[in-house]
Design a protein around this ligand. Structure first.
Ligand code: ZN
Length: 330
């Protein structure tokens, strides 16, 4: 199967001379940007942040980092011909041989609480230039000690990595809000010897020590006044998204319901390597983005291109992502 896929890739590379020629310059551009970010971090320049107003809430999206990876078809549309993935990317002015993933934790200041949704890659991501959440938090005028609650959408490493620093809780004064289904899955010793073993170890190290300060929630739970959970299982066994509501304004934090703004939104039924239950993940994408489209809500998607904020319009096969411009500033 691997041979077959690499054969197809070689054929595509030979056929698509233009994209092959275009790719190196794009890669170089990103490599240079990445290098600049790394050297900047040593001089304490903060990562990108974007503050938004939602009623009486202040919402701050923080760029924990970005990563370029090769071979989009090995992650998105894994049940589709490679050519179909390449064509959809080309239609959307994107290269077929590389993609950019960004990581965007969100801080919500409700006026009475400072609530952080997910924690980025943490210390494990620093060597590669990620794990920049704390720099961003400070740049936005907050401190780790001032975070009063940490909410976890799910327990993949890019969401729980920042919970601990040097073996100590990063957010010393925070309570935690954790999905009960997600926690039960990852904590279970039955994960040893399965593909989920590494995730299990990560949860033992990063989440279990915080459990005594945690509230375990299911679908429709209130995290704080105006903030409630919505089950969106599939990407992981207990993946949750959150609805924010203040003064008649609403927004969704969709976490990893869709992981690419073109491939996951325009073709929500295509299989994604990272979705642990592929059929359930596709059903959750439909459920959540149908709601967002019909209510015309803004949303923050953890892996959408930074600042990761936008809207969706329903189309024949899926959804068109409309990046936010100034809608939330006025
Ligand atoms: Zn993720």
């Amino acid at each position: 199967m691997t041979n077959d896929m690499s054969m197809k890739r070689r054929t595509l590379m030979t056929a698509g001379t233009m994209s092959v020629l275009a790719a190196p310059s794009i890669m170089t551009g990103f490599a240079m940007a990445q290098e600049k970010t790394d050297s900047q971090s040593m001089h304490q320049a903060p990562p990108p942040i974007r503050a938004l107003k939602l009623g009486a809430f202040k919402v701050v999206v923080i760029c924990d980092g970005t990563r370029v990876s090769a071979k989009p078809h090995e992650t998105y549309g894994t049940d589709q011909p490679e050519q179909a993935v390449a064509e959809l990317l080309a239609q959307n002015f994107l290269p077929a041989d590389a993609l950019v993933n960004s990581y965007s934790p969100v801080l919500v200041d409700t006026g009475s609480e400072v609530i952080l949704f997910d924690t980025g890659l943490g210390e494990g991501g620093r060597e590669a230039g990620s794990g920049r959440l704390l720099d961003g938090l400070r740049a936005a005028g907050y401190t780790p000690e001032g975070v009063s609650a940490v909410v976890l959408t799910h327990m993949h490493g890019d969401h729980i990595g920042g919970l601990m620093e040097g073996g100590k809780p990063t957010f010393a004064n925070a309570r935690y809000v954790i999905g009960e289904t997600e926690y039960a899955f990852w904590k279970d010793p039955a994960r040893v010897g399965t593909p989920a073993e590494n995730g299990h170890k990560g949860v033992l190290e990063k989440v279990v020590p915080l459990a005594e300060k945690a509230t375990f929630i299911g679908d429709g739970a209130e995290v704080a006044p105006g903030i409630s959970s919505v089950a969106a299982f599939g990407h992981s066994p207990g993946h949750m998204v959150f609805r924010l509501q203040s003064d008649g304004k609403a927004m969704m934090l969709t976490a990893d319901t869709a992981n690419h703004y073109v491939l996951s939104l325009q073709r929500p039924d295509w299989e994604v390597r990272f979705d642990m239950d592929k059929a359930a993940a596709a059903a959750s994408r439909r459920k959540i983005f149908d709601m967002i489209a019909s209510e015309r809500l803004p949303f923050v998607g953890y892996h959408m291109p930074f600042p990761a904020v936008g809207f969706v319009e329903k189309r024949d096969l899926g959804y068109r992502f409309v990046p936010a411009s100034y809608q939330l500033d006025i």
